[in-house]
Ligand binder design. Structure first.
Ligand code: DX5
Ligand code: ZN
Length: 217
């Protein structure tokens, strides 16, 4: 069964406790937390103080997606705030290996995200060090965007790369994931489905999470 990670960006920020409770009671596995800086991406979401509170309200794995420049500077504070997974963007890390080591040395799982224009082959020499790769299937910065179809091809390429190297790296997809396209994504090789609006804007979020979970490869 796929791992489902609702993205809190699409939640009602006035009711974060209730939203966390819903996720806790659902079949979701991870809670995806998007941090933005208004520089790497043209939007600002939330940061450490919010994550600290969310951590206390959730029993799910906190998967923090850093859409910020110089992400290394926030990593120790995120560890303190209770993050389990930290994802940095390939595009923001000229010393990516160092960033990955820093996350792992602090006892967290390290992931790398790639933007829609960044080819999968650029991960060749870092793949074995990773817990997961996040394929951005929209341009980062906003929820509720349309899935970019070429992402499916990238997922297949990455799946092949991971399998050929006999690695255990998970593939996560983020942006425009719906109950309708989830089957194709999982069949192409996705392990982790991030879903923001599909979950939080649906009439029955818990049921939607259940539907997303049913796909397996
Ligand atoms: C976008 C974020 C996503 C976002 C996805 O930059 O990384 O996690 O919340 O939202 P949906 O699922 O609505 O496309
Ligand atoms: Zn995200």
């Amino acid at each position: 069964m796929s791992i489902v990670a609702p993205s809190l960006l699409a939640a009602n920020f006035l009711k974060l406790e209730e939203e966390c409770k819903m996720v806790n009671e659902s079949e979701a596995d991870w809670l995806h937390l998007d941090v933005m800086d208004g520089r790497f991406v043209p939007n600002i979401s939330y940061g450490i103080p919010v994550i600290e509170h969310v951590r206390k309200a959730t029993n799910k794995i906190c998967d923090v997606h850093l859409m910020i420049e110089e992400p290394g500077s926030l990593v120790p504070a995120l560890k303190k705030a209770g993050a389990d997974n930290i994802i940095v963007h390939w595009e923001t890390c000229p010393n990516l290996h160092r960033n990955i080591q820093q996350i792992k040395e602090l006892g967290m799982n390290a992931g790398v995200a790639i933007n829609p224009h960044t080819p999968v082959f650029l991960l060749e020499d870092i793949l074995a060090d990773l817990h997961h790769v996040l394929i951005m299937s929209v341009n980062p910065g906003f929820g509720g965007q349309k899935f970019i179809p070429h992402s499916l091809e990238k997922i297949k390429q990455l799946r092949k790369m991971i399998d050929e190297k006999k690695l255990n790296v998970l593939i996560e997809v983020d942006g425009g994931v719906t109950v309708e396209n989830a089957k194709d994504l999982v069949e192409a090789g996705v392990d982790v489905l991030v879903a923001g609006n599909t979950v939080f804007s649906s009439e029955n979020p818990m049921e939607t999470i259940k539907k997303l979970k049913q796909f397996s490869r």
